[in-house]
Design a protein around this ligand. Sequence first.
Ligand code: CTP
Length: 207
Amino acid sequence: MKPRFLITAGPTREFLDPIRFISNRSSGKMGYALARAARRHGNVTLVSGPVALKPPPGVTFVPVTTAQEMAEAVLSHEADIVIMTAAVCDFRPRRMAVRKIKKTGFDGLLELVPTVDILATLGKRKRHQLLVGFAAETDALEANALDKLRRKNLDLIVANDARAMEADTNRVTLLYRDGRVERLPEMSKARVAREILRRVNALGVAP
Ligand code: CTP
């Protein structure tokens, strides 16, 4: 049986009012490269936030906008291998105004509440699934990534410097559940995707 891959990509958008949102710089390039490369290894579903890229042919494409929509799409989908490349917003405005917020009368304060941690939720309910996370950091890359690997019950976490956002290349460090650490040189995101998938396949889906 071919494994079922579920790959997420891109940012999410968290709306303040009908025309404004909070988001981040994620371009979706790494996640789309993974979806493209995973097609030869199994059936691929790509859940993507809003990006300027065309979905690769041959994948089941699920476009979403907010963290809540991404959570619903991912948590309701059966998969053997989940790779969470998406830069999910950790917070959203407590309320979305129905009408445009006007300058006059706005006190400048924005109240934010946490979004669902999709990967942590998958980590809690995990049985046979293989879970791969991403960590984009500006500081203490490996220590932060290791903490996320443990906290979210992952099999593998791919750590990269936040400077890789929007770029066509990436330099990643892979941290495994068993404590192994692999530092890969800088290469194209397409090549990084192939290297990651080769290792994910070697891990196999847990019996
Ligand atoms: N992630 C997720 N749901 C969220 C936030 C993050 O599934 N609400 C996933 C990301 O897709 C990524 C991993 O968790 O694979 C790490 O995301 P990151 O934002 O770096 O981790 P956080 O736990 O939010 O830590 P922090 O923001 O404090 O660095």
